[in-house]
Design a protein around this ligand. Structure first.
Ligand code: ITT
Length: 187
């Protein structure tokens, strides 16, 4: 079974392709920059984007919206993660919380799937952890916030240090995609 994935992010595509292969779902990428509404709620943003994608391609399609929610910053950058990464980057985030003892953060992922104008379903995944005090890339480098996110389940390694295979076992994206894969196969 093949499903379209509308995203402009090739790293997400790589992760989604590997994870959904477990459920025998083939991911077909479409490079569609979906408009994103301003909201604090990833679910609301993803529903709007997938509706747009469906109207464009008129085939079953999913989008994924993710964000890093830092507790001491009241959830910032959250839905603004993409913009914040492109502007202040990992160095900027580390500076913002340099003097804070609370480094807790949650990485969230929402999948929104649409197959008709009135059928949209969402799946949420989240992984708790902390923000490291410095950039830790390891051998693989990672992408985005990978070098500063230390998942609780990660043996004190950042997502970047874990590498793709290990990250894909515990990541926020793995958890949302797993729910999606199970639902999709079971219908
Ligand atoms: P889309 O076209 O799919 O929307 P995007 O990169 O704009 O791609 P988001 O709006 O969901 O994606 O932005 C989330 C940002 O959060 C993303 O650009 C990364 O900087 C960061 N991010 C999300 N998931 C990540 C992960 O697994 N590892 C590292 N950084 C991640």
């Amino acid at each position: 079974m093949k499903i379209h994935f509308a995203s402009s992010n090739k790293n997400k595509l790589k992760e989604a392709t590997k994870i959904l292969a477990i459920y025998k779902i083939k991911v077909e990428s479409i490079l569609l920059e979906c408009p994103e509404i301003q909201s604090n709620d990833l679910e609301e943003i993803s529903k709007f984007s997938v509706k747009y994608a469906f109207k464009e391609i008129k085939k079953p399609v999913f989008v994924e919206d993710s964000g890093l929610f830092i507790e001491v910053l009241s959830g910032f950058p959250g839905p603004y993660s993409s913009y914040v990464y492109k502007t202040i980057g990992n160095d900027g985030i580390l500076k913002l919380i340099k003097d804070k003892t609370n480094k807790n953060a949650i990485f969230k992922s929402v999948i929104a799937y649409c197959e008709s104008e009135d059928f949209i379903i969402t799946f949420i995944g989240q992984t708790s952890g902390t923000i490291s005090t410095k950039i830790l890339k390891g051998n693989n480098g990672g992408w985005g916030f990978d070098p500063i996110f230390l998942p609780k389940e990660g043996n004190n390694k950042t997502y970047a240090e874990m590498g793709l295979e290990e990250k894909n076992k515990i990541s926020h994206r793995k958890k949302s995609l797993e729910k999606f894969g199970i639902w999709f196969k079971g219908r």
